[in-house]
Design a binder for this molecule. Structure first.
Ligand code: SAM
Ligand code: SF4
Length: 564
């Protein structure tokens, strides 16, 4: 176990197997990590968060009093609003599945709701600001409701922001009735019951083993053709800029058996694409099957290292990917977000061999400068990253690549920035997610580095990265003009009811006319393609984000892979 993990547990912020203690408002102690961001900027502190830091917090901590739960309401309309990444969309559905079991109904009308829950994101300051603004708006709604109809409205904050800012959220302007961290969703019915009695209620304890493995079904989207399946939670990497290890806790993997059960169920429901979801999906390590507990740790990508010791034992990502891809030959398999360190050859080989594992990899680089990568504690150099890119392209010909980048990290010079520009040009990604650096409390960068790139410089560098990324993506996509791409149809295009929209194997959006097309097997009459159909499309034009083309025929994934 990592020292900081032990420390979190000692501090009462992490709970182990099944111990679902809960803190009620007022009992939770805020662990101090230093003064607020305003004071911190431009100063250099000697140390970042470590074991002692959390133990100090633990020493001050008092056990929370057991709450007096009121009766669990058997009905009530819940309005859920999601901010941030796909993991949060997944968390929203987990929270909803738990509340539904307790008798709540879901409403899409804010005005009808008895309970409003915001599933929040803390990754950047801007994300949090949007939620504070929303809370003020909702709080005014709550006051109006109370005045006009005398009916109470309960407001709750769930997820990362709840974990990070529990005390502020509960006390600042008293905007919120319930606060539930990412590992406390099972406790929601009880928290709501406490809130019903007029008290504020909170549970932000992190867990070593909560994966919500039994909460089924989770989510489908795009007309029921695609679904996300959560395979792991948390992160052990401690990149110096990132709040995730603090808000989502230790890395833990869902037992393979329950993942396979969910994918089989989705296949039976006709879902045609599953994305395996987690903060570091390819670090997957299921320790639930005893006979694999002493297995050796697989190697890292060449030239990559980790801040933690190699973790032996468990069923790994290659095994999971192999098993999942065998369930349904007509189901596409994707995964996100991986870390570039965990791409041993066996994973690349499996992706290349299996016709239904998409030839699409997310390789978050964050920076093109070795100096900045070191400050970020990413565990690789520019050269090692580029070697991985070449190796991936040699192993999986035609692979589509995407990445994440941060502009203006602490100490980033113009020269470092130009290195990132040149990495974007060298690699030529198909898809990119680019962000301006946002200093986050608790992180190593907050404690040890200076957020010294002025905001306007960050924005200018970000714009430059976006421009270069778009130019390169347009070139990469233009190379597909004239080629045939297999498209999984998701539904009508947003812009025109006369067109259909879907995605190719590389996860790039493809738009084509909604016309009658022949069936490749020749057993069915020509017909218009439906969501969930695979259509072979000849690409006629491309931009940095979209391909356009003409449909040639309806087919299947297996038939297309066999070259028919
Ligand atoms: N685990 C993945 C990895 O490390 O490769 C990425 C998951 S992270 C939740 C999503 C992205 O948010 C990161 O890749 C990074 O680019 C961005 N991000 C994280 N912390 C950030 C910060 N403090 N400021 C700006 N962007 C940040
Ligand atoms: Fe954050 Fe990803 Fe680094 Fe984990 S690996 S700390 S989620 S950026």
């Amino acid at each position: 176990m990592l020292p900081w993990g032990r420390a979190l547990r000692a501090a009462g912020l992490l709970r182990s197997a099944g111990a679902a203690a809960a803190a009620q408002c007022g009992a939770a102690r805020r662990e101090r990590c230093g003064p607020g961001p305003g004071k911190r900027r431009g100063t250099k502190l000697p140390a970042g968060p470590d074991l002692r830091h959390f133990l100090r917090g633990a020493a001050k901590r008092e056990p929370p009093p057991e709450p007096e739960p009121g009766p669990v309401p058997s009905s009530g309309r819940v309005y859920l609003e999601t901010y941030g990444c796909q993991m949060n969309v997944n968390d929203t559905e987990i929270a909803w599945a738990i509340l539904q079991k307790s008798g709540y109904t879901r409403t899409k009308q804010l005005d009808e709701a008895d309970v409003i829950l915001l599933v929040t994101c803390s990754i950047r300051e801007k994300a949090e600001q949007a939620i504070w603004n929303r809370l003020r708006h909702l709080s005014a709604l709550k006051a109006r409701r109370q005045q006009q109809a005398g009916s109470p409205l309960r407001i709750g904050i769930l997820g990362c922001m709840a974990e990070r800012l529990k005390e502020e959220i509960l006390h600042r302007e008293k905007l919120v009735d319930i606060v539930a961290g990412p590992d406390a969703y099972r406790d929601l019915p009880r928290l709501l019951a406490v809130a019903e009695s007029g008290q504020q209620a909170a549970n932000v304890l992190l867990s070593l083993d909560e994966t919500y493995a039994d909460i089924l079904p989770v989510q489908t989207s795009a007309g029921g053709t695609t679904a996300f399946v959560s395979i792991m939670r948390g992160c052990d990497n401690m990149c110096s800029y990132c709040i995730v290890p603090f808000t989502r806790g230790r890395e833990r993997s869902r037992p393979i058996a329950s993942i396979l059960q969910e994918v089989r169920m989705l296949s039976d429901q006709g879902v045609k694409e599953v994305t395996l979801l987690g903060q570091n999906v390819n670090s997957f390590r299921d320790m639930s099957e005893v006979q694999f507990q002493s297995a050796a740790a697989p190697g890292l990508s060449r030239g990559f290292s980790t801040v933690y010791r190699a973790k032996p034992g468990g069923l790994r990502f290659t095994h999971l990917l192999d098993q999942v891809s065998r369930i349904d030959p007509e189901m596409r398999i994707r995964f996100t977000s991986p870390h570039p360190k965990d791409f041993p050859d066996e994973v690349l080989q499996l992706i290349q061999e299996r016709h239904n594992i998409c030839k699409q990899l997310h390789l978050p680089a964050q920076s093109g400068s070795t100096r900045v990568l070191e400050a970020m504690r990413r565990g690789y150099t520019r050269e090692a990253y580029l070697e991985l890119v070449h190796h991936v392209r040699d192993s999986i010909p035609g692979v589509s690549l995407s990445s994440d980048f941060i502009a203006g990290f602490c100490g980033e010079t113009e020269e470092d920035h130009q290195q990132t520009v040149s990495l974007l040009q060298d690699v030529r990604y198909n898809v990119g997610f680019l962000f301006a650096y946002s200093m986050r409390e608790k992180t190593r960068a907050f404690h040890r580095l200076q957020d010294d790139v002025p905001a306007e410089v960050k924005q200018r560098r970000l714009q430059e990265l976006i421009t270069v990324f778009r130019e390169e993506a347009a070139r990469a996509n233009e190379a597909m003009v004239g080629q045939c791409q297999l498209v999984l149809v998701e539904g009508p295009s947003k812009r025109s009811a006369l067109e259909l929209c879907g995605r190719n194997d590389g996860n790039i959006k493809v738009i084509f006319p909604d016309a009658e097309v022949e069936d490749a097997a020749g057993c069915q009459a020509p017909a218009r393609a439906q969501p969930g159909d695979y259509v072979l499309v000849k690409v006629t034009s491309a931009s940095s984000q979209t391909l356009r083309g003409v449909p040639l025929r309806r087919t299947t994934l297996s038939r297309s892979a066999a070259g028919h």
